[in-house]
Unconditional design. Structure first.
Length: 257
């Protein structure tokens, strides 16, 4: 299966999910407190006293990019899914925030070298066929001393107990929700076989990607405060599923490369 066909199936899957994606907790922002926690997490890793050029790569409906826009930065978002971006464009208009959404492949962002101060993405590494190449591309489009911020986690650790808990939670969701999330894979088995991180990305693997791409000053922090805030909005059957590992990893592009 060639790269173009893989990416087309991925785009189609997210187009189908776009109209209800933000309804799921951990996707759309459910509280002002959650937004505040994200802003605090980002402010400790990037300067917030000057306007930055930010790329939200694999932006979807713009959850992370719109936070940066609200913080006063200039934000460009790219994604394969026009459906997801259409939702993001409406959100930006409703919130009176300037964020530009355009079609683009996260593994090959269509920008010149050294354009951005910050590259950010959330829940993206698992759905990339070539995450190592993607991170090298993000390194390329960053300015010297620019920052890469990746929010990720491990959704399926493969343990028997956690697998059973997830199946129970997803089964109940499939019975009571019009658009349950996470129960059935949104990709075909063939496409899934090309995704090296389809169960999530460990901190150790993410660090390896960063180091291989040339990033320095790599730090990882857990996002327990954010997941605890999100869980306040979980239905009772969602709480059956185990709490996933969730983290923010950041790295700097050296001044000279």
């Amino acid at each position: 299966m060639n790269d173009e066909k893989i990416k087309q199936e991925i785009a189609n899957a997210w187009n189908q999910e776009s109209n209800f994606y933000d309804s799921h907790v951990s996707h759309g922002m459910k509280s002002d407190e959650e937004k505040k926690l994200w802003m605090e997490a980002f402010s400790t890793r990037v300067k917030n006293d000057t306007q930055l050029q930010v790329l939200d790569v694999g932006c979807g409906t713009g959850a992370m990019g719109l936070i940066f826009a609200e913080m006063g930065h200039t934000v460009e978002g790219i994604d394969l899914s026009e459906g997801m971006m259409d939702v993001g464009r409406k959100k930006a208009a409703d919130m009176h925030l300037a964020m530009n959404f355009s079609s683009g492949d996260a593994e090959h962002p269509p920008f010149d070298d050294g354009k951005f101060d910050v590259v950010v993405n959330r829940h993206l590494l698992w759905t990339l066929p070539n995450p190592d190449k993607a991170i090298s591309s993000w390194f390329r489009v960053l300015k010297p001393n620019g920052t890469l911020l990746v929010i990720d986690g491990v959704w399926d650790d493969g343990s028997r107990l956690n697998t059973v808990k997830k199946k129970i939670s997803h089964k109940i969701a499939s019975l009571v929700e019009a658009h349950p999330h996470g129960g059935k894979s949104r990709y075909s088995e063939e496409v899934s076989s090309y995704l090296p991180n389809k169960g999530g990305t460990s901190e150790e693997k993410a660090k390896e990607y960063f180091e291989n791409a040339g990033f320095t000053n790599i730090t990882v922090v857990n996002l327990d405060a954010i997941t605890d805030e999100q869980r306040k909005y979980f239905s009772w059957y969602m709480k059956i599923a185990p709490k996933s590992t969730y983290y923010l990893i950041s790295g700097k592009k050296p001044e000279s490369t």
